[in-house]
Design a binder for this molecule. Structure first.
Ligand code: HEM
Length: 543
């Protein structure tokens, strides 16, 4: 097969066969020379030395020697699937992006789920955040929604990303352990950089060990800006809601499942699609007025460590995602797919969230080395489903044979290609915004509130879910060697909830820290105090 279900694939000779896809009738060398024997090297006599002139031997082994490309620096372990996204049309008031706005429009997608910290061959069942990245092959260009199964992130500024990842990855001396928690550097980082408290408690909850990719929520995390046909803007947060509901493994189940089948989630996704039980999600948005403050009910929308509770802004459904086909080549599709937060289409813009802005640099940059040069949009899985006419030329792994003499626009030599006159003709034109401020390494005061939302999260859990959180902190911190790190972690927990702190302290055999005087924290939203958290039970059974 040369063309995948989404139509991504080689559009080669008319007989539909891709000469590069091993579709010939007989075995050949990479240069198409028919091979009569691929089991014996060319030798001087049956016991003689192997001859340098054996071009088949050298080509065969040379290619094998270079089969591996670098795994992703994070999210190396993943599984993907093809599918289709259907817009309800309900978003047309707030965005002109056809993929979201045009009622009934079906857009092909490729989704990759992943863990964050393990290597490519690590277990699926570890306690970790899960990636939920979606590539929409829209008719207006490619849009990537590169999200996670948790609505917040550890850090507020991308400049700390190398640090949190260095702290979370296996220790550089002995490469132990593979999971994100249960070691000193991780706990050292998240207790010294306390904006990580919210994401950490989500990780220590049942959300950190999903039952299945099919039973995970997904979140765009950052606030994005949508632009409608009248050039009016709103701020939004994206949510994926799984049709099967949210289900997790208990810690004990995860241990057993991981031992018996480290491919537990990968297999579940593959087998359910093969069986025709297609995983489904609804895409929803929380919508906020685009005010100069970029806050909602006192919550800073540019702070990626904060959610906006659904009690304050409901999630409004705008479309449906169905995953209906497995990849036929893991490397070509799941491994080579390149997601990027900067892949946006007209009607969808980013915001000044400093984490998002750093990501906009990082993805292209890492893919340049991971995928071996600047031409990775030509790899079948990354090819847009919109016409491309980009004036780029040459570079490593160039597969296009570009025509013409004048790769610049406009030109008067061979006509070039006209620009769309403006945004009304489909051009991506950023909505003008005024920017001012003093150049400094600084953050807004609202970024100082690190505890009100973790406290809200803990209070929103059912009793058994709270117990799981206590057990997880106790187990993971119990694996730390450094006493001061454990003690510091307890002072963080004391700021979230006294019971949580005292139970974990008891489990660790350490004293509860002295009562911490409640300080007034800059940036705390008074609206949060009004919320009566609604317990959202997570079913922990293995189905
Ligand atoms: C990969 C999500 C923050 C750098 C990924 C992937 C996901 C993801 C889902 C896997 C993509 C795939 O399946 O191929 C997120 C989310 C973040 C976040 C939700 C915060 C809200 C960051 C930051 C940086 C970063 C702050 C860097 C400054 C990377 C890199 C990769 C990656 C380098 C590997 C990409 C590749 O090799 O193709 N991220 N990430 N991420 N992320 Fe992030």
């Amino acid at each position: 097969r040369t063309v995948s279900p989404t139509g991504v694939g080689y559009d080669g000779p008319e007989d539909g066969r891709d000469p590069r896809a091993q579709a010939g009738d007989t075995l050949t060398t990479p240069n198409g020379v028919r091979v009569a024997d691929t089991d014996h090297s060319l030798k001087a006599g049956p016991r003689g030395p192997v001859l340098l002139e054996d071009f088949h031997l050298r080509e065969k082994i040379m290619h094998f020697d270079h089969e591996r490309i670098p795994e992703r620096v994070v999210h190396a372990r993943g599984a993907g699937a093809h599918g289709v996204f259907t817009a309800y049309g309900t978003a047309s008031k707030v965005t002109r992006a056809a993929v979201l706005a045009e009622k009934g429009l079906q857009t092909p997608v490729f989704v990759r789920f992943s863990t964050v910290l393990g290597s490519r061959g690590s277990a699926d069942t570890v306690r970790d955040t899960r990636g939920f990245a979606t590539k929409f092959y829209t008719k207006e260009g490619t849009w990537d929604l590169v999200g996670n199964n948790m609505p917040i992130f550890f850090i507020q500024d991308a400049i700390k990303f190398p640090d949190i990842i260095h702290a979370g990855k296996p220790h550089p001396d002995h490469e132990i352990p593979q999971a994100q928690s249960a070691h000193d550097t991780f706990w050292d980082f998240v207790t010294l950089h306390t904006e990580a408290t919210h994401h950490t408690i989500w990780n220590m909850s049942d959300r950190g060990i999903p039952r299945s990719y099919r039973t995970m929520e997904g979140f765009g995390v950052h606030t994005f800006r949508l632009v409608n046909a009248e050039r009016e803007t709103v701020l939004v947060k994206f949510h994926w809601k799984p049709k099967l509901g949210v289900h997790s493994l208990t810690w004990e189940e995860a241990q057993i499942a991981g031992g018996v089948d480290p491919d537990f989630h990968r297999r579940d996704l593959y087998e359910s699609i093969e069986a025709g039980a297609f995983p489904e999600w609804e895409l929803g948005i929380q919508v906020f007025p685009d005010t100069p403050e970029e806050t909602f009910e006192g919550i800073d929308l540019l702070d990626p460590t904060k959610i906006v509770p659904e009690e304050l802004a409901p999630v409004q459904p705008i479309g449906r995602l169905v995953l209906n086909a497995n990849p036929t080549n893991f490397f070509a599709e799941t491994e080579q797919v390149a997601f990027h937060t900067g892949h946006l289409v007209p009607g969808i813009e980013g915001t000044n969230d400093p984490l998002l802005q750093g990501r906009n640099f990082s993805y292209l940059d890492t893919q340049l080395s991971r995928l071996g040069g600047p031409n990775f949009t030509q790899i079948p899985i990354n090819r847009p489903h919109a016409p491309v006419n980009d004036n780029t030329r040459d570079g490593f792994h160039q597969h296009a044979v570009h025509q013409g003499q004048a790769p610049y626009t406009p030109n008067s030599v061979d006509g070039g290609s006209p620009f769309p006159a403006d945004w009304s003709e489909g051009g991506y034109v950023h909505v003008p915004r005024v920017v001012s401020g003093q150049v400094a390494r600084t953050a807004p005061a609202s970024f100082d509130d690190h505890y009100s939302q973790p406290a809200l999260f803990y209070k929103s859990l059912t009793t058994i879910e709270q117990q799981h959180v206590v057990d997880a902190y106790t187990f993971e911190l119990g694996k730390c060697f450094e006493q001061p790190i454990k003690e510091r972690a307890l002072t963080v927990l004391a700021r979230i909830h006294a019971d949580l702190c005292s139970q974990v302290a008891a489990g660790l055999g350490l004293p509860v820290p002295k009562k911490i005087k409640a300080e007034k924290v800059r940036g705390e939203s008074p609206a949060l105090r009004q919320i009566k958290p609604t317990p959202f039970p997570i079913d922990g059974r293995i189905i």
